[in-house]
Design a binder for this molecule. Structure first.
Ligand SMILES: Cc1cc2nc3c(=O)[nH]c(=O)nc-3n(C[C@H](O)[C@H](O)[C@H](O)COP(=O)(O)O)c2cc1C
Length: 193
């Protein structure tokens, strides 16, 4: 696969939003057949690692996440937010006392970057797959990852050789609501206005 296509996907991922703009992600591009096979082993033998020429290992970076109050300050400096609003957000954050650990918060941000990557890949005509079923410790060992880099997902990329029908989705009337969770969202008839 041309490296330019991979760069397009990585660029789309890099532009993802993140809380306080902390950007707690790293993208490790893996093309060697040997490493992809090792990733397949880590992922319980899922075959796409052998078939797809590229795998992007999506990593969460705890160092970047811990800098989030500093990146919040940078947002003030570039005029993206005013200090008063930043102070209010910080007070709200403290009151919320999020009970999740850092890894969960980091993964939440990284998933948006991964979705950007997948949407760009789809737009370029590439096939991809989210893979979260894998042994994290095997991936850490394979690449000798430092402590601050946490595997979040594996994303194989390639030229699709299949065109499967879309997987079913629940209808909008079951998942979208209008003002109250017992009132399904119903689209009014289009009167052409
Ligand atoms: C968080 C997450 C984890 C997933 N993990 C795997 C996985 O380990 N292996 C796999 O083959 N597919 C995995 N998938 C793909 C889903 O099975 C797939 O997205 C879903 O069935 C909907 O199909 P579609 O993406 O073709 O619309 C994962 C998807 C998500 C969003």
């Amino acid at each position: 696969m041309p490296a330019q296509l991979i760069t397009r996907c990585l660029e789309a991922a890099r532009l993802a939003p993140s809380g306080t703009n902390c950007q707690p992600w790293k993208f490790l591009v893996v093309r060697s057949a040997e490493k992809r096979r090792a990733l397949m082993d880590a992922a319980f033998g899922q075959p796409m690692f052998d078939q797809a020429p590229v795998v992007v290992v999506l990593l969460g970076d705890t160092k970047m996440y811990r800098k989030r109050f500093r990146t919040g300050q940078e947002l003030i400096e570039v005029g993206a937010i005013v200090r008063e609003d930043a102070d209010k957000a910080l007070a709200a954050y403290k009151e919320m006392k999020p009970d999740e650990d850092d890894a969960a918060a980091i993964a939440r941000n990284c998933m948006i970057a991964g979705q950007n990557l997948i949407l760009e890949a789809t737009d370029l005509g590439l096939g991809s797959c989210w893979v979260m079923l894998f042994k994290h410790e095997k991936v850490v060992e394979l690449f000798g990852l430092p402590k601050n880099l946490l595997p979040v997902a594996l994303i194989p990329l390639g030229h699709p050789d299949q065109d499967p029908p879309p997987r079913p989705r629940y209808p909008l009337s079951e998942v979208a609501f209008d003002e109250s969770p017992d009132r399904p969202w119903i689209t009014p008839p289009d009167r052409g206005t």
